[in-house]
Design a protein around this ligand. Sequence first.
Ligand code: NHR
Ligand code: GAR
Length: 230
Amino acid sequence: MSHRLVVLISGRGTNLQAILEAIARDQLTAEVALVVSSRADAGGLDIATRAGIPTAVVRRKEYPGRAEFDQALCKVIDDHHPDTLVLAGFMHVLGPEFVNHYPGRLLNIHPSLLPHYRGLDTHARVLAAGDSDHGCSVHFVTEELDGGPLIARALVPVLANDTEETLSKRVQSREHVLYPLVLSWRASGRLRLTEKGVELDGRLLPPEGFQLDWEDHPGPVSVAASDFGR
Ligand code: NHR
Ligand code: GAR
């Protein structure tokens, strides 16, 4: 039985697209069972539809509180029996009702080198601070916003003439490599959250997670198939 992913989005869905491309290239042995969007106009919905994947829209505004929103999401999702839930540009904070329903099965990609720059507008804040390194992080989602155990980070340099646009593009090109890589570990049963922390192949990862360096995979190229799960 193939590993079932449910992907939650609010926007363009380029990470969803990268996941689907990794599946098509046999770098990721999994299937996207459902795409859930919090916005009816999210570009990612078209990507899903074109790929023949079922979609659902659950709008935050239609529910009086976060608990009701969380419950509505769970209801839509659970019919599709996910093994792993994938937040990919999902823009709403999830409460305990949702997070605790999927212990050790809920992942997020965040556009910063966590634990630095939790929350929104990360690229602007990195530029304002004058940092020389930036990147993205994949982590298990807990109740603590952007604070769950780290699985992997990809580093990118900040260049002298960077704008929010050029910097976010560089970070996103890494997201499209890092997320499929992490999901391939998940789908092949290599990645687990235990009481001790995040384990890959039964070995505890360091608190900052696995590190993908810019030099190893510069530019918008995909990781070699050999770097993915067996
Ligand atoms: N939920 C929990 N419990 N824990 C996490 O780590 C989560 C989460 C939900 C989403 C993604 C996250 C990111 O990668 C994420 C991680 C939205 C906000 C936010 O403040 C913050 C972080 C993330 C996603 N959203 C506003 C809110 O009030 C709404 C902003 C808007 O609609 O534009 O929900 O960055
Ligand atoms: C990605 O850069 C992701 O890291 C970020 O939004 C973008 C989504 O792009 N996530 C957040 O900011 C979560 N608050 P996509 O819709 O094209 O995958």
